[in-house]
Design a protein around this ligand. Sequence first.
Ligand SMILES: Nc1ncnc2c1ncn2[C@@H]1O[C@H](COP(=O)(O)OP(=O)(O)O)[C@@H](O)[C@H]1O
Ligand SMILES: [Mg+2]
Length: 341
Amino acid sequence: MAQSVRLDEYLGQAFDRTPVSMIVVNQAGEITRANRLAEQTFGYGSDELIGQRVEVLVPERYRHAHPGYRQGFLAETSARPMGAGRDLAGRRKDGSEFPVEIGINPVETGEGTMILSVILDLSERKQNERRIQDALAQKELLLREVHHRVKNNLQVIHSLLDLQAMRLQDHDLIDALRDSQNRIRSMSLIHQTLYLSENLAQVDFARFLDELVRSLTESYRSVAGPVDIQVMASDIKLPINEAIPCGLVINELVSNALKHGFGSGRSGHVEIRMIEPSPGHMVLTVSNDGEPLPDDLDLLQTRTLGLQLVQLLTRQLGGVLDIHRSNPVRFELRFQLERLA
Ligand SMILES: Nc1ncnc2c1ncn2[C@@H]1O[C@H](COP(=O)(O)OP(=O)(O)O)[C@@H](O)[C@H]1O
Ligand SMILES: [Mg+2]
């Protein structure tokens, strides 16, 4: 007997001092016990809660439904979180509200089944979450701004080369400048695609390719005949690390197709296809009918910049390049996304 009295005393003290709010409610919905933290959290003085209906702790707009929930719980009597999936609020004595998480447990007592509620005050956690979300939103804004500025700076370089080209007579030089401009444009388009997209970490490649094709067609309008360009890249997303080199490779290959595949105004087809046969494995093919690759073209020995760049970028992507020389000319680049490599 003496022992059980002592145990009651210990448990009573533990109940009082535990660092979570706890209240016990009887079947009539009256508070029979509340620990110190519960009193403090809800703004009540010592023993002020005893005998009050538990609904005083519930915001007014939810009060009407609360007794029904209580009855339901008593009927089913198993420990569970309250209002799973909903945002719960507690109401302080002064009428102010705060976010809570509540666990409810049935307890058998000499006076029948009662409900022990364990209440966590989420105010601080919610505030921290909001702070982190705000900081994250700010960082995103900044990153978007950076992409925007990089894009603008690349456009300035593009325009400078335009001005330079206008003063030149030498066609080879003008062509070389145009190729450089297109390389710069393809990088600038990656940044623009990122700047405009929801997800700042992934480039929507179909969107990028549409813009790139538009820009290249315009650039090589005077060189190539009426060429039909097909783009297949639905749902392909690349991180910027891979998007830039991959975009540059496509820029070179499509430029070549337009420049060399359909000389003297010949018409034809170009196909750009990007697929992901298994997660993270990318296969890019650029093919064109029209002129075959010259027989004497040795891709390992080429001294021209375009195909050298393609080889260099392929290495940078850790990829493998396959070439089919005629009917159609087809370049196939396989590489693996870094996160899976
Ligand atoms: N799609 C293609 N169709 C026909 N010939 C091509 C094609 N791609 C490349 N070539 C040939 O390969 C050569 C090297 O290409 P590249 O290194 O890009 O240099 P550039 O485009 O400046 O001539 C080209 O001059 C051209 O003869
Ligand atoms: Mg080229």
